[in-house]
Write a protein that binds this ligand. Structure first.
Ligand code: AVI
Length: 326
């Protein structure tokens, strides 16, 4: 697997997937819904890579700006020269952003172990090899598996302070209840004084947000439609992809940026032995990319048992890495 392609989307495959039953359940719901975590097959990985390279898609560059240019602030917030700790990254991928922080900590002689968690052992071996070359003094302990199982493993390995990273704005791809549950689960694995650093895409000019998800080249549309192709291939289905149209919308009040696929005609679709009817203009709810205000972040932190320690924003103030303490 190409490690580059994994950057920023690795949380999707958390090892608890049940593609067939999730698709059947989603298509039986009203309105119909498909889980966006299944966007990332080989083609989906490539399309997401193309999305990140689009001039309209600002998220990746904003968080990279924080890790490249506010490295010292990040390092100060998470570490203390007298205290050793474990730095755990959920869905580390190629650690493109976090490697700036790792370099800073290693150069200062900080006593820490980097524990990247990923579902793909292949990704982790390539990452370990690359980091060994770039930062030979870095202590690295890769953990292959599902996030919460691996967090349990990490807490079993050492009783040191834990700092958990969850980057990329991936928290936005969860519905609000799911996000609360996720943060709560992280909190349950941690102890008083441990830290959780979460990347949030902030509410901003609605046109800027909509443009990032409604590109004129249609890459985001292909990214959504590719899930139908994947269902055809893997679940013996017969979606006619040309009979569906991508629709994106952003609600500045709630901060929900949602994508849909709209049926262009009355049609029937088989998924294995199951038959689904689509009326003309009926939509499938595909993905949420939630945008947050500072209040929203404070509420999520509080509701899941954390308090905010420091917030570090990019130069445009479009994205924040919010550092929470148990
Ligand atoms: C992976 N995730 C943070 C992306 C986002 O911005 O919600 C996925 C994406 N969907 C369409 N464009 C990008």
């Amino acid at each position: 697997m190409n490690v580059q392609l994994k950057q920023d989307c690795h949380f999707k495959n958390d090892g608890t997937d049940n593609f067939g039953s999730d698709v059947l359940k989603g298509l039986s719901a009203h309105p119909k819904k498909l889980p966006s975590k299944y966007f990332y097959d080989k083609t989906g990985d490539r399309l997401f890579q193309e999305i990140m390279a689009m001039p309209e898609y600002y998220l990746t560059n904003c968080e990279l700006d924080i890790f490249q240019n506010k490295t010292e602030e990040l390092a100060k917030a998470i570490s203390n020269i007298n205290e050793s700790f474990d730095l755990i990254e959920l869905g580390a991928g190629d650690a493109m952003k976090s490697s700036y922080l790792l370099k800073n900590l290693v150069e200062k002689g900080t006593n820490f172990t980097y524990m990247p968690i990923d579902i793909s052992g292949n990704i982790l071996s390539v990452l370990q090899e690359n980091l060994k070359k770039k930062l030979p003094e870095l202590e690295i302990l890769p953990l292959e598996g599902e996030y919460f199982d691996m967090l349990d493993k990490a807490t079993g390995i050492s009783k040191r302070k834990k700092v958990v990273l969850f980057l990329g704005g991936n928290i936005g791809n969860m519905e609000s209840e799911e996000a609360r549950h996720f943060c709560n689960e992280v909190k349950r694995k941690l102890n008083a004084g441990d830290l959780f650093l979460v990347g949030f895409d902030l509410k901003k000019n609605p046109n800027t947000i909509l443009a990032a998800y409604n590109d004129p080249a249609g890459i985001t549309a292909s990214f959504n439609l590719n899930l139908l192709t994947r269902i055809n291939r893997e679940l013996n289905a017969d979606f006619k992809v040309e009979n569906f149209q991508h629709y994106q919308n952003y609600d500045p009040v709630s901060g929900a940026c949602r994508s849909f696929l709209v049926s262009l005609c009355d049609q029937e679709v088989h998924v294995g032995k199951h038959l689904f009817y689509f009326k003309k203009d009926e939509w499938i709810d595909m993905e949420i990319s939630q945008k947050f205000s500072e209040q929203d972040i404070k509420k999520l932190a509080g509701d899941s048992g954390f308090h905010i320690l420091v917030e570090i924003k990019d130069t445009k103030n479009w994205f924040v890495d919010s550092i929470w303490m148990v």
